[in-house]
Design a protein around this ligand. Structure first.
Ligand SMILES: [Zn+2]
Length: 389
């Protein structure tokens, strides 16, 4: 048994403990409590906060080195066209270097678990040797007419049909059934932009025109929102829906009924200037919202504290402790890891970070969120994977 002591322990699922201790045996946490409860030699993490590593619910690690290469010029369709061109110019070694840079950024900024969207089967192995908990979801696109490579599905943590405008209803249906049968994560981008709404609801706009040029049939457009389209495809139940910026009241009701969780990516949202994220309406309907970074191609640093700070700036009525939960325990639940990560509690994986708290705020969650110091110490699965104490 190993014991880790810190000035503050933030279990997230229970109140903070001043001068607290986390006891770890093997890869699991076995006890959390005040120092007075433990009488054993221990590792002292000093004047730091000890908390679960952040859980990034949506990221594209293999796009990390696209940072700054794809400026947004006002049209989402143009941006999609630009990234398709850039992706064709990259070699496997470029994607490998990019994914490595992404993993380094996560480790530096305290993320221990990430739901990563691998853009191709060839990129699934790029994250194989990291100590971080990477849940690789294979991106599925069949708008080009190329069938999805189903032989890779078994070894993924989940599947991610890209979006209703790039994946067919048949592919969504098949992937959803596979994930349900195999207990895998099912996630997709949806209702992200005004252009996507125009395409599905009104059969018009730059995205509609781009997809028509690529040969996508327009038959399924003009009948309702992309959320209704997903519902019709049987793809909403229990899904992790990324973005969900453009939602009618009917869409919100569908997301709630289907038991979805929404992933909001504040930096990416700001980068594209999407319509305001309807957080209050989702909250009122009981739809859980967690946070992700999306990719560095759309303006994020992959630092979850930056995403949390951005969220608080937009939604100041949400308490910092609530926002910290969105980046830990809520995301873990959405990724089928409830009680296994995103919290410091008996039985969960020993995935934790120690951060130096800066600033004058007495609110510990706020102090964690506003801090930008690199992670001092990180443990994943009971192993110390980074130590700068
Ligand atoms: Zn994304």
């Amino acid at each position: 048994m190993n014991y880790y002591r810190a000035k503050y322990v933030l279990p997230i699922a229970s109140p903070p403990i001043e001068d607290g201790v986390v006891a770890v045996e093997g890869d699991r946490i076995v006890a959390v409590g005040p120092h007075a409860d433990f009488n054993a030699p221990m590792t002292d993490l000093g004047e730091r906060a000890l908390l679960p590593g952040f859980v990034n619910a949506h990221c594209h690690l293999d796009y990390t080195n696209m940072a700054g290469k794809l400026p947004f010029k006002g049209s989402f369709a143009d941006w999609i066209a630009d990234i398709v061109v850039l992706k064709r110019l990259w070699w496997t070694k470029d994607y490998a270097a990019s994914a490595s840079a992404g993993l380094a950024a996560l480790l530096r900024s305290g993320t221990t678990t990430v739901c990563d969207i691998a853009s191709s089967p060839a990129n699934l192995d790029l994250v194989a040797n990291t100590p971080l908990r990477v849940l690789s979801c294979l991106e599925l696109i069949d708008v080009t007419g190329r069938p999805a490579a189903e032989k890779f599905w078994e070894r993924c943590a989940g599947l991610s049909p890209h979006a209703p405008f790039t994946a067919s209803k048949e592919l969504y249906g098949k992937a959803r059934v596979f994930c349900r049968q195999h207990g895998k994560i099912f996630t997709t981008h949806a209702a992200e932009s005004g252009e996507e709404a125009a395409m599905f609801e009104r059969r018009t706009g730059p995205l509609y025109e781009l997809l028509a040029v690529l040969g996508r049939s327009p038959e399924d457009c003009g009948h309702g929102s992309s959320v209704a389209w997903l519902d019709d495809a049987g793809a909403l139940n229990g899904a992790l829906v990324v973005h969900a910026n453009c939602l009618s009241d009917d869409d919100v009701a569908r997301l709630a009924r289907a038991g979805t969780t929404v992933v909001h990516c504040p930096s990416s949202h700001r980068f594209y200037g999407h319509p305001p994220f309807p957080f209050e309406r989702l909250r009122a309907a009981g739809v859980p919202v967690c946070l992700g970074t999306d990719s560095a191609a759309s303006g994020t640093t992959l630092d979850m504290r930056v995403e949390m700070s951005d969220f608080i700036a937009t939604f100041p009525s949400v308490r910092p402790a609530g926002v910290l939960a969105m980046a830990t325990v809520t995301a873990a639940k959405a990724l089928n890891r409830d009680g296994l990560t995103g919290t410091l509690s008996a039985g969960s994986h020993a995935d934790m970070i120690a951060l130096r708290l800066t600033g004058a705020t007495p609110d510990l969650a706020e102090a964690v969120i506003v801090g930008r110091d690199a992670t001092s110490w990180m443990m994943v699965d009971g192993k110390v994977v980074h130590n700068e104490l």
